[in-house]
Design a protein around this ligand. Structure first.
Ligand code: G4P
Length: 531
């Protein structure tokens, strides 16, 4: 197969949702379709228990399994599908944001009863930053949910994206009869069954086909015809271009647990979702079809085996063909590296591979050379953009509890933050402040410092509400700001100054008093705010 053919058959995406909307269930159904797993429940067991805020065994279990499930690859109808798993727990949101930088598109699951929830909105913001194409799956239609038109309005308003239904539900809850595929003019009747794939398609010739009468009771039929007419009047016809540029989200209705509406979405997804195309590096735009290998690390898993200080770096291929044992150029370190045991993840298995192509994620065995965001090439000096750190929301100062283990603490904190568990900021050279998006990370850090590095520490809460990366358009003013605000300024891992705002009000005051200082919510401010 040529490189172009390899690229064309690949779809690399993530399924995202607010916890409980049905992400795990939907992932599992996809894997069942692909024949990658045989029974329902196989993915479920990998899920961190929602209540497990301090259950370390769960955390460890999750880490262990999640190497295998971080990427779930499978073949379906000649296509190679890579689902990148994102942790459901909100405290791991940063990990999710980073994973989203490595996908070409996203399927967003929304609970028909609960509508758009907080986490859904935040995830969508990340998609919007990168104009990622989004398909929405409205799940749990077997429950009494919101009116579908109202739900569509809510999706548009809260997610700030135009939506277009491609299937339409025929009633819902106890009366749920199925969906009408507005795109294909096909009826799909609902027969609840959680164990088999039970979709029952009926070919009809559009919404006015008398054949409808055989299958749907008159009250629901009239409603369906009325709804279809309204949809046609209100929404513009589907435009693949608008989906691909991230401004229009097609919507499907179904019930993941009942295997309903899932195949319909999967098939449309395969048809319209983008294959790996191009990616922006600081120096230039890299096309997937370029023959020289390029790619970047978006995730790192460390110390899974306590006897070996090993790490697996998840490397997303952006262009060219990856080859085992070939030397690649690590652009940050200016160093040559080759990988004797690269792995790929097919369903729940990890396999040694010789080659991989754009869209694929390769697990690289690493002993400390790779960091999140690192780029590998065949010699060109490139740095991929779009793997930013996001402003954390919880801040704590690290207090060393064992002065004899200061070195271990230092090393542990450095490695864990390189792995992306949390962000580390340094103040006055050695005061360490950890920033996270959730409390659970502090439990993880404390536990892993103790078990993997033999270091122990306490965390002292700090009352900051957000961190902002700062740059200046007016040098004297910027320098004055740095001087005056030094008690609330630290450096991130790259040495960039970061301002800790104690409240929104304090931030607003700072902005007003120092118009020559710019406050950025992500570390990659040049990409986002300064073009
Ligand atoms: P998540 O990964 O987004 O957190 O959600 P997950 O798939 O775990 O689904 C959350 C709950 O919603 C699960 O129930 C799941 O069975 C249920 N669910 C998923 N799809 C549907 C659907 O189409 N209809 C209905 N009625 N329920 C659905 P649970 O009780 O938390 O787990 P379980 O005991 O059923 O495994």
């Amino acid at each position: 197969m040529t490189l172009e053919q390899e690229i064309a058959k690949r779809r690399t995406f993530a399924i995202i949702s607010h916890p409980d909307a049905g992400k795990t269930t939907l992932t599992e159904k996809f894997l069942l379709f692909g024949g990658a797993i045989k029974t329902a429940g196989a993915v479920k067991q990998n899920k961190i228990r929602k209540t497990a805020t301090s259950d370390f065994m769960e955390i460890e279990k999750q880490r262990g399994i999640s190497v295998a499930t971080s990427v779930m690859g499978f073949e379906y109808k000649g296509m190679k599908i890579n689902i990148l798993d994102t942790p459901g727990h909100k405290d791991f949101a940063e990990d999710t944001y980073r994973t989203l930088t490595a996908v070409d598109s996203v399927i967003l699951v929304v609970d028909s009863v609960k509508g758009v929830e907080e986490q859904t909105e935040r995830l969508m913001e990340v998609c919007r930053m990168r104009s990622t194409p989004v398909i929405i799956f409205v799940n749990k239609m077997d429950r009494e949910g919101q009116n579908p038109f109202e739900l569509l309005d809510e999706l548009e308003q809260k997610l700030r994206i135009d939506v277009l239904p491609l299937t339409w539900p025929i009633s819902q809850g106890q009366n749920f009869r199925g969906v009408y595929n507005l795109y294909r003019g096909q009826l799909n009747l609902f027969e609840p069954d959680q164990t088999r794939i039970t979709e029952h398609y009926i070919e009809i010739k559009g919404i006015d086909d008398p054949e409808l009468e055989r299958w749907i009771p008159s009250a629901f039929r009239d409603q369906l015809r009325e709804d279809a007419e309204l949809i046609e009047g209100v929404y513009d016809p589907f435009s693949v271009e608008r989906y691909l540029d991230g401004s229009l989200a097609p919507v499907f209705f179904g019930s993941a647990v009942n295997n309903f509406g899932v195949r319909e979405m999967l098939e449309t997804f395969l048809e319209i979702a983008p294959s790996p195309h191009e990616r922006e590096a600081s120096e230039r735009v890299v096309r997937a079809s370029e023959t020289a290998l390029t790619g970047f690390v978006f995730k790192i898993h460390a110390n899974l085996d306590p006897n070996h200080r090993d790490r697996t770096a998840f490397f997303k291929i952006c262009s060219g063909t990856f080859e085992r044992n070939k030397f690649y150029h690590h652009t940050r370190l200016g160093k040559k590296m080759r990988f004797a045991n690269p792995t790929q993840f097919m369903a729940n298995e990890k396999n040694l591979i010789d080659n991989a192509w754009p869209g694929d994620v390769v697990g690289l065995y690493d002993n400390g050379n790779l960091k999140i965001g690192d780029t590998l090439t065949e010699g060109e000096e490139l740095r991929f953009r779009g793997i930013p750190s996001f402003s954390p929301e919880i801040f704590k100062e690290v207090i060393n509890r064992d002065p004899f283990k200061a070195k271990q603490l230092e090393k542990g904190l450095r490695q864990l933050t390189e792995e992306g568990v949390a962000q580390l900021f340094l103040q006055y050279g050695n005061r360490k402040i950890i920033g996270t998006v959730g409390e659970l990370q502090f439990d993880v850090i404390r536990f892993r410092l103790e078990h993997e590095y033999g270091a122990s520490c306490d965390f002292m809460p700090l009352r900051y509400f957000k961190a902002f990366w700062i740059t200046g358009t007016d040098t004297p003013q910027y320098e004055e700001f740095l001087r005056r605000k030094s008690p609330v300024i630290a450096e991130d891992k790259e040495g960039h100054p970061v301002f800790f705002a104690e409240s929104q009000w304090m931030l607003d005051v700072a902005k007003e008093n120092y118009p020559g200082v710019i406050f950025h919510e992500t570390s990659e401010f040049k990409t986002k705010d300064e073009g």
